[in-house]
Design a protein around this ligand. Structure first.
Ligand SMILES: *Cc1c(COP(=O)(O)O)cnc(C)c1O
Length: 222
């Protein structure tokens, strides 16, 4: 029987091929938020190594033990980061995809130097200019990227976005790609269970897929 993970990997492969791209240039970030260590272990046992979590505390409870069993895990923070949790996030995660304000960027620069641990960063862009969503407004992106990269010397790999729900995401994916291109950034984290194939058609270099791999989650609290 084909597992959910295999189905997603096959879909990524096919979407890449249809876009004239190589599937190996697209990283699957398996989003394991709310999922138990047992559920994650089953996905690890199928060979998946890149995972995403949206809460520092939850990641701290699950991942140190999982990392003891597999030394080649790459963990991405994909949820909002409060500045007072920056040190813990730097200790736990390899990639922070949600750099979204100056205060946080400065905290990451300072604390990663103190911890002597470089962390790869993505800058989150609020592509739909939604009040309730985190991220830098598209028109402020160039200045913020310059600050992070040139002044704070963060390791900025690329950009991340979560398009508005219930709309065609493609124009937002294309906007993210344009902002990255004019700033010379190569990586685009965009696309979730409902739209990762569309994101790949628009140039995504990583897709963040939870439900399609792990099954549905309980409704989010807060
Ligand atoms: C939960 C989450 C995902 C995965 O969503 P699915 O629809 O379950 O694939 C991707 N990105 C972010 C930022 C998330 O919080």
């Amino acid at each position: 029987m084909t597992s959910k993970l295999e189905t997603v990997l096959l879909n990524i492969h096919n979407a890449a091929e249809a876009a004239g791209r190589a599937a190996k240039d697209i990283t699957l970030v398996a989003v394991s938020k709310t999922k138990s260590s047992d559920a994650i272990t089953s996905i690890l046992n199928q060979g998946q190594r890149v995972f995403g979590e949206n809460k520092v505390q939850e990641a701290a409870e699950k991942w140190p033990a999982l990392r003891k069993k597999h030394d080649d895990i790459e963990l991405h923070l994909i949820g909002p980061l409060q500045s007072n949790k920056t040190r813990q996030a730097i200790q736990l995660f390899d990639v922070i995809e949600t750099v979204d304000r100056t205060k946080l960027a400065r905290a990451i620069a300072r604390i990663s130097a103190e911890e002597n641990k470089s962390v790869q960063c993505y800058i989150q862009i609020n592509v739909g200019r939604e009040n309730q969503k985190a991220g830098i407004a598209p028109e402020e992106a160039d200045d913020f990227i310059t600050l992070c990269r040139d002044e704070l010397k963060l390791s900025v790999a690329g950009l991340m976005c979560i398009p508005p729900a219930g709309e065609d995401p493609k124009p937002y994916f294309i906007l993210l790609k344009q902002i990255a291109a004019r700033n010379g950034l190569g990586k685009l984290s965009m696309g979730m269970s409902g739209d990762y194939q569309a994101a790949i058609a628009c140039g995504a270099t990583s897709v963040r897929v939870g439900t399609a791999i792990f099954g549905s989650r309980p409704p989010a609290k807060e």
